[in-house]
Write a protein that binds this ligand. Sequence first.
Ligand SMILES: Cc1cc2nc3c(=O)[nH]c(=O)nc-3n(C[C@H](O)[C@H](O)[C@H](O)COP(=O)(O)OP(=O)(O)OC[C@H]3O[C@@H](n4cnc5c(N)ncnc54)[C@H](O)[C@@H]3O)c2cc1C
Length: 481
Amino acid sequence: MIAPSEHVLSQQFAIIGGGITGLAAALQLERQMPQSKITLIESSDRLGGVLRTRLDRGFLIEQSADMFTAESGIMLDLCRAMGAEQELIKTSSTGRRAFVARGNRLYPVPAGFSMMTPNRMDSILESEILEPAARLRLLAERWVPRRNDDTDESLQSFAVRRFGQQAFERLIQPLISGIYSADPQKLSMLAALGRFVDLEREHGSLILAAKSANKTGFNEDGSSGARYGMFLAMKNGMQSLIERMSNHLNQTQVVLNAKIGSVTPGGHGGWRIQAETADQSLRQQFDGVILATRADVTGKMLALMDPGLSRQLSRIECASMAIVVLGLDVKQIPRAPNCFGFVVPEIENRHLMACSFASNKFAGRAPQGKVLLRCFIGGSQHADRVDLDDRQLVEMARQDLAELIGLVGEPDYQQVIRWRNCMPQYHVGHLDRLASLENGMAAHPAMEMAGNSYRGVGIPVCVASGQQAAIRLADQAHSTK
Ligand SMILES: Cc1cc2nc3c(=O)[nH]c(=O)nc-3n(C[C@H](O)[C@H](O)[C@H](O)COP(=O)(O)OP(=O)(O)OC[C@H]3O[C@@H](n4cnc5c(N)ncnc54)[C@H](O)[C@@H]3O)c2cc1C
């Protein structure tokens, strides 16, 4: 009897998109199909996609993501397999809290409050972020009847219904919208925050759920804002993880500076890929393909082959954002609390959505006596701001920081990073859209999609989606030969 891998001896696969999803897919496919030839095709001149680290004047500056959750275990497994376990660092043990802007002041997020789960009643009652009546309304969540409806709803609808308007506007909107750069009136509860929907369904209330589980969303260390104990970073930045992953590729040929224009059916059930490089147009046939690019980009590639599927993919919108990075002397921000950062409610009408104190969160991000701040501007509600010039964006950040944490003087270091259409938006109905996309994909065997447009934007979910796409593709290859 011939082993499956011998059956598929000469198979050739393409992975399109060299972000962390495409890399994870390539590594997994190598494991599944050790005899095959894999080509990883990336349009830019480097691997990593949005993940990139810059070292400048003693500052270590993450250009996009700066940490990932260790919750599912997938990142620990990946780092172990890449020999990078020793490079993982935890968030600093002090200052593990976030603040919220109100007027010209910052107030701590109530201790134990994580995203939408209040774990400590006393801290809510004492919180100056909310008016006294709003604090009581938030705590009355336990008596709000559960929703008897399985349809999707927006973050705004869910949060206002359960916790009241002010808790939504002043606490939940800034804490959650920041993560997704999303419009809370459009952000799908089922797709982005499904575990809270499940808690409501199971326990009737998020407060009661937290009480009964005594661990769901619980900040054991009394921190506030996020479960910081769950987050890890790479000592030398995300770039080092990307380098480890690319160095571990054995049977994959990496092709940079090649933009895929279309994927169309080839002979014998395979796929023909057309790529544009700086000086030529290439066509190549593959037995199977993983599309690890954003949904709208993937949609364009499939436009000739399946216009309906292409249209569905293009409906998954993306938000844009600018990050103003400032390297400062500690003395230049005299009113800054010892914290990991602050968020700004939309109703405050400021320029900033949030500011991350990168050098407080992780060691080794700034020289002694200096701080590194990452200020976020734009998002789905202010996309136009991303097009302002560097000087205007820096001025916006400096103005808000002057009012909120007393910023004075010139920064030692500044950089403006723009991410245009890079943050997929899971609008209400996203899961239905995915179901119909998956139906459409069923008509195209040996073609898989993966990445942050579908079932989660966080790095661990992207890694999982790349790995799963590779496993599905390998399973099909084995079963069809
Ligand atoms: C500012 C910002 C902050 C973030 N912060 C965090 C965080 O703290 N923690 C966290 O877990 N997640 C965070 N994320 C999300 C996370 O970083 C991303 O979801 C994830 O890295 C996406 O990886 P990907 O490989 O799916 O996509 P990408 O990184 O977008 O990679 C896709 C690749 O496809 C390539 N490509 C595009 N078109 C073509 C084409 N036609 N042909 C060939 N190649 C093509 C692109 O050049 C790119 O390299 C953040 C994201 C951003 C933008």
